[in-house]
Design a protein. Structure first.
Lengths: 618, 409
């Protein structure tokens, strides 16, 4: 066992030969954060008494959900054979929605720890990130975690990992982030097995941004990996994608609290502060260079984050619209992938159409808005972006069913994904059935081990954004895992289904679906609304239509009795309070033509059946 | 009277009223409500403040109850006087429950006498008691008449045995014509209470109950839709699926039938759930509730109203008796209504009356709604042209919705 380093290498004066940059690739609950915490403790950068569980996951939501949304980098000293090394641990987002961020974090490293729960085996998202790491030529250190669990099957999963990446099952390290067993051996192995970074110290500076975070007090904190040259405080730097230049107010390393340094040299990982206030001015994947002596060529791999899933966000209380606007503005400072524009809905009032990387990104954003800004929101059913070509060759991009053009449509194209699903082989039939029903085309199937299968499908993105993952989980009793990435588009027979109350179209309930599914959607939505909308003083027809053709209809019968029969001396106060409550309730009603629709009906109609059932059970 | 008390401000232990109670009191009628919190059996649908035990103890026992009630009459007179409310003669008195006639007629007579001794009574005053057909005799009715009662309201509820059974009513239907005759012979006006919409009651059952009740030629009929209150035995049975749930459409059919048959029999509606043979035979005590007059409620859980101050007594008879025995007001809580709230109550209550609501009571926005109500056939157009909002039959069934519409702000 190695002792803690007696002296730590000094930033800006560290020989690349004693630097090791690595990240941890792991599935959501496979114990990445616990292991990271344990490393911080073993290397002495965090004292045991200061240990906040899962130190790296700062945001509350991250800690609650056990997932990492934003990565950070920590520099840790570690001594092997009398030499003090500088280990940079780059924390990566663990979720499929953040593939691009993951790829940039990986590009900042020479090696990756492949961390797998010894009781569960590898999951699809981990596999996807492992492929990314191997594409980036990272050296992989396979590690089984949670070996202290009674259900751990280290032999079985060591064989699975060895089979996947090559090598001997004996070389798979076994650790427990919880008890600390094996963690020091892992630190030693990182030093011994991972290559040191290389780069040209005399070339113009080039550093890759792998994360940028907005901090209320300091503005944007940008995390970089220096590839060539050196960055110093007080000099002017330039962002190569936008040519924007900034003064470098502070530069330093996290260990784990930010510590200013005299600069960052080849192979080093640290942070920059320039005083900018918007993460869009410090984009992940961009190259930072020196304005006075700029590099000729930026580092490869930069891409703009592209939203894939769109949803309308509306405040329940119309008066909260400015609050929502300000909140989105603030969130945007910290989330380069978030895009939004104002939108109005006849039914829901003023709101925003917001673009997200995926469904999790949507959920997290919505949750943060509700929690941090105390907003109550309605989000409309998520949509993908369609490209509609009219017969007059005009092309319209549609991110909201209400933008669907009314003219003659020549072609509709929808975004596609290639999806990888991992599951025990007993569920193959159920998974294929599900993917087939979602218009998927089988791409291939491989056995990872005797009883675990990887199934690849090409699917329309629209078919997986709503409830696909939940259904996959239930059909595989929780064992199935999913990873997907964008894979072009395809022409499809898509139509827009409108829902009308008393002949009045309700934009919030319109949907773009495959023609074969339009009828089912119409029947489902009209039926749901019939249950959810209270009886009015007149009959209310509910119709689903494609253009002018009605495909489903229901009706809500007129209410005939709404009177409390008795009202004597002792009833008056109670009845008045009931009336006041009803008047309050009426304020929360949305009017669709002359039909009063309670907000709850909108919420319930826009949530999946699954969550409605859950709400009922409460 | 529902047993759940409203939330309000605490009432002071001396019961003294805020100054506004006295404003304009001389011009308002003054009534007395007396709550008798005892029943022989508790009915499955009932959430009223009533008890079946004969011996609750102390001043709350049935034997001692009349004396306890009389002591509140004395307290009432002192509180009103000290609060600056001028003494007025009683214009109406109403004994409700519970089952008032479960007490000996002499006890009811004693309470009434104490009240008359205290305030005096108008010459043409209306004095009513509710009664269970099981608990009156020609003798007891004669005692009531002698004491000054003018009117008796029988809880008939239904003429159909299986319906009475679901309601837990113990009287036999054939007893009703007999007690109606006795009451008439004693010189008392007669009202019958009916309930419709009981689980298992068909439209034909309800028609039979109406026709039977009308055949006794009552002076007054009240017909209430069954309300299933939380916490009652019936609510629990419904939750467990042992009896079918309430269907508003069924209620609407039965209300329409009631209005048709009762009107054909020569009575007229004067409030959503009440019909009288002549306007003089409308229940004046209840009209006083709906017109915002003053009344004092005697008894546990009883509500009072004087000049925009509403209060209610502690609910349990034992707590009630103890408070009075110690010389404290039995009031548990109260609310002092501001002018907006009084206007809202006025709209809410007067809209239910055949005499209607003065349209000028409404705000500008509220008045703008009236045209729509005429178009929707919810209010009488001719009355509206004369400045009064009077509900149509359809409007009576949707009275709460109408009230919400005319109170838009």
């Amino acid at each position: 066992m190695s002792p803690m380093a007696r002296t730590a290498p000094v930033p800006a004066a560290t020989d690349p030969a004693i630097i090791r940059n690595f990240c941890i690739i792991a599935h959501i609950d496979h114990g990445k954060s616990t292991l990271a915490d344990r490393m911080l403790q073993s290397t002495g950068v965090v004292q045991a008494r200061d240990m906040k569980a899962q130190y790296l996951d700062r945001m509350d939501i991250e800690r609650e959900r056990g997932i990492t949304i934003k990565s950070q980098a920590v520099r840790m000293p570690w001594e092997v054979d009398g030499v003090s090394y500088a280990l940079n641990m780059i924390d990566t987002p663990g979720h499929v929605d953040f593939t691009y961020e993951v790829s940039r974090s990986l590009a900042a490293c020479e090696g990756a720890i492949l961390l797998v729960d010894a009781a569960q085996g590898i999951e699809a998202q981990t596999l996807a990130n492992l492929y990314l790491a191997m594409e980036n030529n990272l050296t992989i250190i396979p590690v089984l975690n949670k070996i202290d669990l009674p259900a751990a099957q280290p032999e079985k999963y060591a064989a699975e990992l060895a089979n996947l990446i090559g090598g001997d099952p004996e070389d798979v390290l076994r650790v427990s982030g919880k008890t600390g067993v094996g963690v020091e051996a892992l630190l030693d192995k990182i030093v011994r097995d991972l290559p040191a970074p290389t780069g040209d110290p005399d070339a113009p500076a080039r550093a890759m941004i792998f994360d940028s975070v907005y901090d209320t007090y300091r503005g944007v904190v940008t995390y970089v990996r220096v590839v060539d040259g050196m960055l110093h405080p007080r000099e002017r730097i330039q962002m190569m994608s936008t040519r924007a230049s900034h003064e470098l107010l502070e530069i330093g390393v996290s260990s784990p609290e930010p510590t200013p340094s005299k600069g960052l040299g080849v192979g080093e990982v640290g942070y920059l502060i320039t005083g900018v206030k918007d993460v869009r001015q410090s984009k992940v994947g961009d190259t930072v260079t020196n304005l006075a002596k700029p590099a000729a060529k930026s580092l490869p791999g930069y891409a703009d984050a592209k939203p894939m899933v769109f949803s309308g966000l509306y405040p329940l209380d119309g008066a909260d619209y400015p609050v929502l606007r300000d909140a989105l503005e603030k969130l945007m400072l910290n989330d380069a992938a978030l895009v939004y524009e104002p939108e109005t809905s006849a039914a829901l009032g003023f709101g925003f159409r917001v673009g997200f990387l995926g469904l999790l990104h949507l959920e997290i954003t919505r949750e943060r808005l509700e929690r941090e800004y105390n907003l109550a929101l309605i989000s409309t059913a998520p949509n993908v972006e369609y490209e509609v070509t009219l017969e007059d060759k005009k092309v319209v991009q549609v991110t909201n069913p209400s933008e669907y053009p009314t003219g003659k449509v020549a072609e509709v194209r929808e975004p596609m994904v290639s999806a990888t699903i991992l599951a025990p082989n007993e569920f193959v039939g159920a998974i294929m059935e599900l993917c087939q029903a979602r218009r998927g085309v089988l791409g291939g199937m491989d056995y990872l081990s005797e009883d675990r299968v990887e199934i690849r499908y090409r699917l329309p993105l629209a078919e997986i954004v709503f409830d696909f993952f939940d259904i996959l989980k239930s059909k595989t009793r929780g064992y199935g895992s999913l990873d997907w990435k964008a894979d072009g588009d395809q022409a499809a027979d898509l139509v827009k289904v409108d829902i009308m109350l008393q002949g009045e179209q309700v934009d919030a309930f319109s949907a773009i679906t495959h023609r074969d599914k339009a009828y089912a959607y119409g029947v489902m939505m009209t039926g749901k609304l019939r249950e959810l909308i209270p009886r009015q003083q007149f009959e209310v027809p509910i119709q689903a239509a494609i253009g002018s053709r009605i495909i489903a209809r229901e009706s809500i019968r007129a209410i005939r009795k709404d009177v409390l029969a008795k009202c004597y001396g002792g009833d008056i106060s109670r009845k008045r309070k009931l009336l006041e409550k009803q008047k309050e309730g009426k304020k929360r009603m949305k009017m669709v033509g002359t039909v009063e629709v309670p907000q709850e009906a909108f919420i319930a109609a826009l949530t999946t059946d699954d969550s409605k059932d859950k709400a009922k059970k409460k | 009277m529902p047993s759940v008390l409203p939330l309000g401000d605490p009432a002071p232990s001396d019961g003294l009223l805020p100054a506004q109670a006295a404003d304009g009191a001389a011009a308002r009628a003054f009534g007395l409500y007396v709550h008798i919190p005892f029943c022989a059996v508790r009915c499955g649908y009932c959430d009223f403040n009533t008890y079946t035990a004969t011996e609750l103890g102390g001043g709350a026992s049935q034997d001692a109850y009349a004396g306890t009630a009389v002591s509140e009459v004395g307290l009432a007179a002192r509180v009103l006087q000290r609060s600056g409310v001028p003494a007025r003669k009683l214009s109406t008195v109403f004994f409700g429950g519970g089952t008032p006639t479960l007490l000996p007629a002499g006890d009811l007579a004693m309470i009434l006498r104490a009240a008359i001794d205290q305030w005096g009574i108008e010459e043409d005053a209306e004095v009513t008691t509710e009664a269970n057909p099981d608990s009156v005799t020609p003798e007891s009715l004669a005692i009531l008449k002698e004491a000054g009662f003018t009117r008796v309201s029988f809880g008939m509820q239904s003429a159909v045995p299986h319906v009475l059974k679901v309601l837990d009513r113990t009287h036999t239907p054939s007893r009703v014509p007999q007690v109606v005759r006795w009451a008439r012979e004693a010189g008392l006006a007669v009202s019958l209470d009916l309930i419709y919409g009981t689980p298992g009651e068909s439209l034909a059952d309800w028609r039979y109950s109406l026709e039977t009740a009308l055949s006794y030629e009552p002076d007054h009929i009240s017909a209430y839709a069954l309300i299933v209150e939380e916490g009652t035995k019936l609510a629990a049975q419904m939750r467990r699926g042992e009896v079918p749930g309430i269907d508003d459409d069924d209620h609407a059919d039965k209300y329409e039938l009631a209005d048709q048959l009762i009107t054909e029999a020569g009575l007229g509606w004067y409030e959503v759930s009440n019909w009288a043979r002549t306007p003089d035979q409308a229940c004046r005590h209840n009209l006083a509730y709906w017109r915002g007059d003053d009344w004092w409620g005697i008894g546990p859980g009883a509500h009072s109203h004087v000049g925009g101050v509403r209060w209610w007594n502690v609910k349990h008879p034992v707590a009630y008796a103890n408070r009075l025995a110690q010389g404290y007001s039995p009031a548990a809580g109260r609310e002092t209504l501001d002018s907006d709230t009084r206007r809202l109550e006025r709209v809410m209550l007067e809209a239910r009356l055949q005499s209607g609501l003065d349209v000028s009571t409404l705000s500008t926005l509220g008045r703008h709604e009236v045209a729509g109500l005429i178009a929707d056939e919810l209010v009488e157009p001719a009355a509206a042209f004369h400045g009064r909002l009077v509900l149509t039959l359809k409007g009576r069934l949707l009275a709460d919705a109408v009230v919400r519409r005319i109170l838009p702000d």
